[in-house]
Write a protein that binds this ligand. Structure first.
Ligand code: PAF
Length: 279
């Protein structure tokens, strides 16, 4: 695997490649990320991964400084997956001058759910993703459904800017007890780790109620949040949305069986976890 840090070197390495499959990451790679690499391999060749902890998507009180950086271990994992190039720019490489041009997602998609609790987050994500796409020029790029709203925003961005990159969705990779793998799981204490699958269980309960015909969305969401709060969580939201645009479903949507997804974010101690489940 070739490790490159500058945009120039990256372009040299990839010149003439027309079927590149790209997986952007912030490092601290776990099985979830590796499953994205495997999916990428099915959709293109060569596979290119990036590791870049993107300051633009962290709020002033978020964990940019303490975000786990495990570069050597990440390199070993990517080598085993047959990744061809790892693009690991420094901040100076990717942002040699202040990144004043930004990509701002539309309010109805970017300011709801995660966007409501993490202002500016999606602008940071879309800005770096567009820049990484411009550097790598992939034919396909793989994003996990674990970050459902991110996936949808990146997919819409790619479509609206007519980017030549197809966005492929990868299923969420879960531990045996159901907890979605995430780099932030490592912040959990052993007791919190034991409690953490309750978030996924709560999504499953909501989904089961909807499937059984319980259509009072407001009541379901509030009960699920109350139940988590009783267990010691601080929920930001548990919200049932239309899959197509992440807007709340109308009575007509519910009656017609419009495809839905339930999304959640909640803090356990000081660790904020997110998860979702298609209904
Ligand atoms: O999902 C992530 O790890 C990040 O948001 C991404 C897509 C690599 C952009 O920094």
């Amino acid at each position: 695997m070739k490790i490159v840090t500058s945009i120039e070197e990256l372009r040299d390495q990839l010149s003439g490649q027309l079927r590149t499959a790209f997986v952007p990451t912030m490092g601290n790679l776990h099985e979830g990320h590796l499953s994205l690499m495997r999916l990428a391999r099915k959709h293109g060749d060569p596979v290119v991964a990036s590791i870049f902890v993107n300051r633009l998507q962290f709020g002033p009180n978020e964990d940019f400084d303490k975000y786990p950086r495990t570069f050597q271990a990440d390199v070993e994992k990517l080598e085993k997956e047959g990744v061809y190039v790892l693009f690991a720019p420094t901040e100076k490489d990717l942002y040699p001058e202040p990144q004043e041009f930004r990509v701002r997602p539309p309010d109805d998609l970017g300011n709801t759910l995660e966007g409501e609790f993490r202002p500016g987050f999606f602008t940071g994500v879309t800005t770096v993703v567009l820049k990484l796409f411009s550097c790598v020029q992939p034919r396909v790029a793989v994003f996990g459904k674990k970050d459902y709203q991110q996936l949808m925003i990146v997919r819409n961005m790619s479509r609206q800017f007519a980017l030549p990159t197809e966005i492929i969705a990868a299923e969420t990779y879960r531990a045996d007890d159901g907890l979605a793998l995430s780099s932030r799981n490592m912040y959990l204490s052993p007791a919190e780790r034991a409690e953490a699958p309750a978030l996924y269980q709560s999504l499953n309960s909501v989904a089961a109620e909807v499937r059984a015909g319980h259509l009072d969305v407001f009541q379901l969401e509030h009960k699920a949040m109350d139940d988590l709060a009783q267990r010691g969580w601080q929920p930001d939201y548990i919200s049932i949305r239309r899959r197509i645009d992440l807007q709340p479903p109308s009575a007509g949507d519910l009656a017609q069986g419009t495809p839905l997804v339930v999304l959640a974010a909640a803090k356990l101690g000081s660790t904020r976890l997110i998860d979702n489940l298609e209904i």
